[in-house]
Every structure is written in C-alpha cells, then in structure tokens.
Write a protein that binds this ligand. Sequence first.
Ligand SMILES: NC(=O)c1ccc[n+]([C@@H]2O[C@H](COP(=O)([O-])OP(=O)(O)OC[C@H]3O[C@@H](n4cnc5c(N)ncnc54)[C@H](OP(=O)(O)O)[C@@H]3O)[C@@H](O)[C@H]2O)c1
Length: 261
Amino acid sequence: MNRIALVTGATGAIGRAIAQQLAEQEATEVVLACRNKEKAQQAVAEIQRATGNPHVRYELVEVAHRASVQALVDRWRGPLHVLINNAAASPRQRQETLEGIELQFATNVLGYVWMILGFSVSLKQSAPARVINVASYWAGDLDLADLEFKRRRYDNGTAYRQSKQANRMLTVAFAARLEPYGVTVNACHPGDVNSRLSNDLGFHGQTQPEVGARTPVWLATEPVGQRETGKYFENQREVRCRFGADTAAVEALYEACLAYA
Ligand SMILES: NC(=O)c1ccc[n+]([C@@H]2O[C@H](COP(=O)([O-])OP(=O)(O)OC[C@H]3O[C@@H](n4cnc5c(N)ncnc54)[C@H](OP(=O)(O)O)[C@@H]3O)[C@@H](O)[C@H]2O)c1
C-alpha cells in the first residue's frame, strides 16, 4: 500500500523541497496543500517531472481559516500517514483574518492546530502515522495573555518567534494525546533558507531549500520519526526544548488554541 503524505505550504521554498523529496521515496503519494491554484499546479507538474512519480497532486486550503481546513478534511478520502505542517507567513504589518484573528497566529499556530485536529481521525486510522511540525530555533517571547498582539506593539519578528515557540510547545501537547493511537508528533528547525518568509523577517538565509527539507523529510521517513514523539530536532539531531518542558504553559497554550476551534 502507498504511504500518503500531506504537506502544507508546498509552494514555498522549504515545503516545495519537502514535497519533492517525499515524492522521491518509493510507494509514496504526496499531496501538496496550497492556497494558490496556479502555483500548486506548477509545483505538482515540476515535482512529477523531476521525480517520475505520478502520484503527486494538490489540494487547495487556506490554513488560516478554520472552515477551509475543515473543508479539506471533509473532502479527504482514504488514509493519511504523514502530515507536515509547514505553511507560515510573517507580514510586516499586523493583519487579521476574515474572522478577526491576528494573521501570524492564525496561520503559523492555529493552522497547525486545525490541521492536526482535523486529520487526527485519518491519522489514527492509518497508524503508524506521523505529524511533523516545521518550527524554528528562532523562537521565544510567547505571551499567553496576548497571543494576538492586541496589547503588545506588533513586530513581525516577535510575532514570528512567538509562533515558532508555540509550534514546539503544541508538538508536546499533541504528542501526548496521539501517542496511544500510534501517531507521533515531532518538531524541527529546517535551516535558514532564502524565502518570502525569511525576507519578510529581514534575513536572507543561505541554506538551500533542499538542505532545509532534510530534517523534516528524515522525520517523515526514517524510523526515528516513529520511535520518538514530542521531540524537537535540528540538523537531524534531537535538541532539548525548554519550551516543551514547561508543562503548565504547554497545556495553557493548548487550551487557548482549542478555544478558537
Ligand atoms: N526560511 C527559513 O530560513 C526558515 C527558518 C526556520 C523555520 N522556517 C519555517 O519553515 C517553514 C516554511 O518556510 P519558508 O521559508 O519555506 O517560507 P515561504 O517560502 O514563504 O513559504 C511559505 C508557504 O506557506 C504558504 N502559506 C502562507 N500562508 C498560508 C495560508 N494562510 N494558507 C495556506 N498556505 C499558506 C505559502 O503559500 P503561497 O506560496 O501561496 O504564498 C507558501 O507556500 C515555515 O514554517 C517557517 O517558519 C523557515
């Protein structure tokens, strides 16, 4: 049976490379979860051509909108073995979604949460299965009392660092909940890659996207990604995560995110 992998933000620098490296794996079907149809069609065609794998397709989804994620979940048929949460944005000005949620929190944090919650039934039914949350070593400044920068002055670097801290904390929360079902949840730093996101954040990464994709793909395909759960990795090595170790804060953040569900 084919392994089915779903990658969000697969039209971006790192997500596109992740999708291609997964498509290079034997008996693997890859679904690119994208918000832009033209970019998605192009990425699918290029990956099919480069890998010779015809089992590459796309689904449209706006991860910052709960209803759009739910619509994708409702359309989904069959198993899901690997979910890679990777889509992210970091607008320089504070923006809100149509539902009035600060955009970076909605995309980078709630988007991950909604994808995991929405696909948890498929993942459990397909177990052993894995979730990989693409996070970052550049993380911190999370304020549980001001997750949407309503009190703090918005600064996209601070909001981004908060979102990546949240990815790492929520990895621990979901890992505990999904472990009994044979679904692992791990987080990683991909590497500093030149991308729309990194340019919006004011740095221009030097790492090639193909290199940035290695740790997420390693977690998605190698035994370590099924053996370990609730962990954080950089350069294909586990790194102790102080954010995930704060159990009270992890649970408080998890509850805060559920309130948006
Ligand atoms: N680049 C780095 O140096 C670096 C370092 C550490 C961690 N990371 C992490 O790596 C991941 C990928 O980043 P990247 O550098 O590859 O960024 P990127 O090239 O800007 O790609 C971001 C992707 O997310 C998609 N996206 C954004 N908002 C979305 C939404 N609301 N709904 C659906 N898709 C949405 C974008 O879609 P469009 O193509 O339609 O815009 C794009 O495909 C992120 O989680 C980031 O935090 C990156």
